[in-house]
Design a protein around this ligand. Structure first.
Ligand code: G3H
Ligand code: ZN
Length: 287
């Protein structure tokens, strides 16, 4: 069933587990993610960046694809379709297209402007029962052209933005998009604890889920993180499995070049990562 992210995350927060946001790129990605969520009886959030939406043919096409897959695959677990790192304009377009959850990433604006725009988007989304994620303190690294400095969130600004009625709140706590460098200092749990304290139990979001060790994920969940975003790790797994298939020359054997065969190992690799994450975050059998 297609739902907003609000209820599933309140349930996760109150029961001490996390829900995965798995970023999708195409039909294979979406289908694999939905199938694993159903198989493990887990709620799931499909993350769609503006770049990925454009690649897939637009917000409306993404919604049509997800709706049809949910129906044809008999997906009964809660599924949210969430705009990832949305711009002001993108947020309205995704809302119009029927997305059930929207992230407005105003972290690069001066705080007053982030407040004004977030407040406005919360009103527009809530009028349609759509959940809203806001962000303070940019996530480091780059995702789909969204480049962040990796600054730690200012707790005062977090309190301000979280008080605007947002349903999910993302704060920069030393997390980075993409692979973590060898000299990464880890998540800043002091900042996370402070963010949790000042945001009054709003479900928190951990971006940059790729490569964060399990013990840090578990600690973050214990400090109020209820949504963990994973993107790059699936891309790496897909690429590796596809490379192996081609390097083994399998595309040259009996119709191995048929995309339904060529993409199958990558799809299996995606499924393996999604299974691992849902298990690690604790959302299995929590649908
Ligand atoms: O918004 C999406 C996530 O923050 C993904 O981060 O690519 O490092 O897993 P990641
Ligand atoms: Zn992110």
């Amino acid at each position: 069933a297609l739902v907003s992210a609000k209820e599933m995350l309140i349930k996760a927060r109150d029961n001490g587990y996390g829900v995965a946001q798995i970023n999708i790129n195409n039909l294979e990605w979406t289908k694999a993610t939905l199938q694993v969520a159903q198989e493990l009886n887990s709620p799931i959030i499909l993350g769609v960046s503006e770049g990925a939406a454009k690649y897939m043919g637009g917000y409306r096409l993404v919604m049509a694809m997800v709706r049809e897959l949910v129906a044809s695959l008999n997906i009964t677990v809660p599924v949210a379709v969430h705009l990832d790192h949305g711009t002001y304009e993108g947020a309205y377009k995704a809302l119009e297209a029927g997305f059930t959850s929207i992230m407005f990433d105003g972290s690069h604006y001066p705080i007053a402007e982030n407040v004004e725009k977030t407040r406005e988007i919360v009103a527009a989304c809530h009028a349609k029962g759509v959940s809203v994620e806001a962000e303070v303190g940019s996530i480091g690294g780059e995702e789909d052209g969204v480049i962040g400095a990796g600054e730690l969130a200012d707790p005062k600004e977090c309190a301000l933005i979280a008080s605007l009625g947002v349903d999910l709140f993302a704060a920069g706590i030393g997390n980075i998009h993409g692979k973590y460098p060898a000299n990464w200092k880890g998540l800043d749990f002091d900042v996370l604890q402070e963010v949790q304290r000042v945001t009054n139990k709003v479900p928190l979001v951990l971006h940059g889920g790729t490569g964060i060790p399990e013990h840090m994920i578990k600690k973050a969940i214990s400090l109020g993180v209820t949504k963990i975003n994973v993107n790059t790790e699936l891309q790496l797994a897909f690429a590796e499995a596809t490379r192996k298939y081609i390097e083994a020359g399998k595309d040259l054997e009996s119709k191995g070049f048929d995309p339904r065969k060529l993409l199958a190992p990558g799809v299996e690799a995606i499924k393996t990562v999604v299974r691992e994450k849902l298990t690690m975050f604790g959302s299995v059998n929590k649908a």
